[in-house]
Design a protein around this ligand. Structure first.
Ligand code: ADP
Length: 234
């Protein structure tokens, strides 16, 4: 019936919104977990005085991440309204790197940057940061034995118009052509525990919603390059 149809549409919409929110909660949780560990190390022996508090913090953060994981298991990413502003790619990347710095250090990954782009992009800052976090965290996962992360931005015109590209390149495990066909599919993941398979599909949704494009080149054993093209902000 019509009523059932509307109901199922509503449920689908709720699922999509939930996935977006849940995925956004994931990155701050990773930052909290990483920094909690750093604080404990910095405190040294004094950390013992706050043993109970640290245990509570660990437990509760773990609980949040389990809830988020469960939500993600049935929900799908959704497009939610964004607030658009003009940004220089290099500024947004400069704000993003500290969020993942502890992961880069731990994995012994060096970061090289070259920013030649003079054009600005029109995007929601949080969303653009989310895309960069997704790509950088994937690159880190692809380089368990260390390597180099290279981030380049430059002005470039596609057939579709003026814009700029941001390339995020790793020297990691790379991907086969078979894998490349599936990586933007929601829930496709090769990571057993920490994988949601939503990072790239959400990134692609966010970029294409701003009229941009995301593409990938990869060679097994050599590494991977993700290219984001975004139209110039006018
Ligand atoms: P998740 O990271 O949760 O698995 P993603 O959608 O971000 O979800 O990525 C999907 C899959 O694409 C990953 O599980 C991995 O197999 C592959 N992948 C993504 N980025 C890279 C990369 N830089 N190097 C190698 N494989 C990658």
């Amino acid at each position: 019936t019509t009523r059932q149809l509307i109901m199922s549409e509503k449920l689908a919409a709720i699922g999509e919104i939930t996935a977006g929110v849940a995925h956004e909660i994931n990155n701050p949780i990773a930052v909290i977990q990483g920094n909690l560990e750093v604080v404990r190390q910095v405190m040294g022996e004094r950390a013992d005085e706050a043993r109970t508090e640290f245990r509570l913090l660990d437990e509760q953060v773990h609980r949040i991440s389990q809830i988020v994981t469960k939500l993600l298991q049935f929900a799908k990413p959704e497009e939610y309204a964004g607030f658009l502003e003009r940004h220089a790619a290099k500024d947004v990347i400069a704000d993003t790197l500290p969020l993942v710095q502890h992961l880069l250090n731990k994995a012994e990954i060096a970061v090289t940057q070259k920013h030649l782009a003079t054009r600005l992009v029109l995007m929601n800052r949080t969303e653009l940061q989310q895309v960069f976090v997704n790509l950088i965290v994937n690159a880190i996962h692809a380089m368990p034995d260390g390597g180099t992360l290279t981030i380049v931005s430059r002005d470039e015109d596609l057939e579709t118009g003026q814009g700029l590209v941001i390339e995020i390149t790793d020297t990691g495990v790379g991907m086969t052509p078979d894998m490349l066909e599936k990586i933007f599919d929601p829930f496709f993941t090769t990571k057993r525990r920490e994988g949601t398979g939503l990072g790239l599909s959400i990134s692609q949704t966010l970029i294409s919603r701003q009229g941009g494009k995301i593409s990938v080149e990869s060679r097994p054993g050599k590494g991977t390059c993700f290219t984001i093209w975004l139209p110039e902000a006018r």
